[in-house]
Ligand binder design. Structure first.
Ligand code: FE2
Length: 444
């Protein structure tokens, strides 16, 4: 007897719908037809079922602080950092906790069940660290949180920065962070990278650094981070977030850099919503997009994930922690709308992101924890195009969030028609042909 039987599920990249059986919180069987018996059965009629969304880059100490104490008028990263430093002394444990919990409800409702969050460790009280460690524990049943020790004001630039970072790790923060481009000089940035990687290596921790979040083509900390990753054999364990300066670098230099990055095993995180909003702010016209070179990184064999980064905070006034919105923006700003690129966009908020976080037992496979999202969409293209309702969010085999199916109708005189926003009717031959071609990348 299964606990749950999900019938007629479309899985990403697969041609034919399958049935998914769940027992004791795990996927028990995934086959063309499963006849049960099951305590509960759910026919999803060809809807796409994905693994939960994984946000590889977020700041859970800052969301929902928009307008506190004022709005970011220039829209620059630097004014955001200034605003945050004005807000920091006013933060209370209660307010951080309440905002984080509220945001996590948004995340769960959108099917984002794994989040790597940075937490600012340059506040000498480490207040946010303590709060988020508690929140991680309190919410562990429903969402997995990785905490990264992030020296927002600079590791070496902050008095006692190294000690604060060590204290945060001692308290149980999982990942070593950094911000080399915000140190006082390039040399100081390099020094911070070497020190941070040595700490990570000695403690067996992962690394995720804000790296070169700048439009300055000479911000080349990625070179040193790649070198140190290679030297210490930390491939697969180090991620470089943002890398926006790569957008503006000389092509010749990048042609040398990309193979070195691939060889080292370093991974990259692009934050499309925030990068398109914050970068290029010092330009007149033309204004650079500022996103790192995602198609070229992928082509070179470097794994890339997408992160949301911010929701309604000093850096970004919008967002609802919807990773499909992130992938949608990425598809536009990176010009990644080719037939094979669209499924890749979805992977960058699911499987590729899980790889960056070194997740074990992630994905819709027999034996894994039964976490998945049923979308009101048939395939990757529809999921990205419509950013549809998350009909059901499963965690450990139980539904922990749901959204009613969204239906639209138009009334034209006496004619009332349903609008599905689909190119052809679901389950029609025309539709299925298109879906299969799209998933297999055979349409141009
Ligand atoms: Fe960030």
């Amino acid at each position: 007897m299964f606990d749950y039987l999900i019938k007629n599920a479309n899985l990403p990249g697969q041609k034919n719908a399958v049935d998914i059986a769940i027992k004791d919180g795990c996927f028990a069987a995934i086959e063309q037809t499963i006849n049960g018996p099951a305590k509960k059965e759910l026919d999803v009629s060809g809807c796409l079922v994905t693994p939960p969304f994984v946000d590889s880059h977020f700041h859970l100490d800052a969301p929902l602080t928009l307008g506190m104490p004022r709005h970011n008028q220039s829209g620059t990263l630097l004014e955001g950092i200034q605003l945050w430093s004005e807000l920091k002394p006013e933060l209370t444990a209660k307010a951080i906790r309440q905002r984080a919990l509220k945001l996590l409800n948004w995340s769960i409702a959108k099917g984002t069940l794994v989040i790597r969050t940075h937490v600012d460790i340059t506040d000498p009280s480490l207040l946010a660290v303590d709060v988020l460690l508690e929140v991680r524990k309190e919410m562990a049943e429903w969402v997995d949180i990785q905490l990264t020790a992030f020296p927002q004001d600079g590791l070496l630039r902050t008095p006692g920065g190294k000690e604060l970072l060590i204290r945060a790790l001692d308290k149980g923060v999982d990942v070593v962070g950094g911000i080399p481009h915000f140190e006082r000089t390039m040399q100081e940035g390099s020094k911070s990278i070497s020190w941070l990687l040595e700490i990570a290596e000695s403690r067996g921790l992962l690394v995720d650094m804000h790296c070169d979040e700048s439009d300055d083509p000479h911000s080349r900390h990625i070179e040193h981070l790649t070198f140190e990753t290679q030297r210490m054999g930390l491939g697969g364990r180090v991620a470089a977030s943002h890398l926006t300066s790569m957008h503006s670098m000389d092509d010749y230099y990048v042609s040398k850099l990309l193979p070195l990055m691939a060889e080292s095993g370093i991974q990259a995180i692009c934050n499309p919503l925030i990068n398109i909003h914050l970068q290029g702010r010092h330009d007149s016209y033309p204004k650079r997009r500022g996103l790192t070179r995602v198609p070229e990184l992928l082509e070179s064999g470097v794994n890339v994930a997408f992160g949301h980064d911010c929701v309604m905070d000093p850096w970004y006034p919008m967002g609802s922690h919807d990773m499909l919105e992130v992938a949608h923006m990425g598809g536009h700003c990176l010009q990644m709308m080719g037939a094979t690129q669209i499924p890749t966009l979805l992977k960058m908020v699911t499987t590729r992101s899980a790889e960056v976080l070194n997740l074990k037992g992630y994905g819709i496979e027999v034996g894994n924890q039964a976490d998945c999202v049923v979308l009101q969409a048939a395939d990757a293209l529809e999921a990205l195009r419509l950013k549809p309702a998350r009909l059901y969010v499963f965690r450990k085999g139980k539904i922990i969030a749901s959204t009613p199916q969204v239906k639209s109708t138009v009334q034209l005189g006496n004619s009332v028609q349903e609008v599905t926003f689909q190119q052809a009717d679901l389950n029609s031959n025309e539709y299925l042909d298109f879906h299969n071609q799209q998933e297999t990348g055979t349409i141009s």
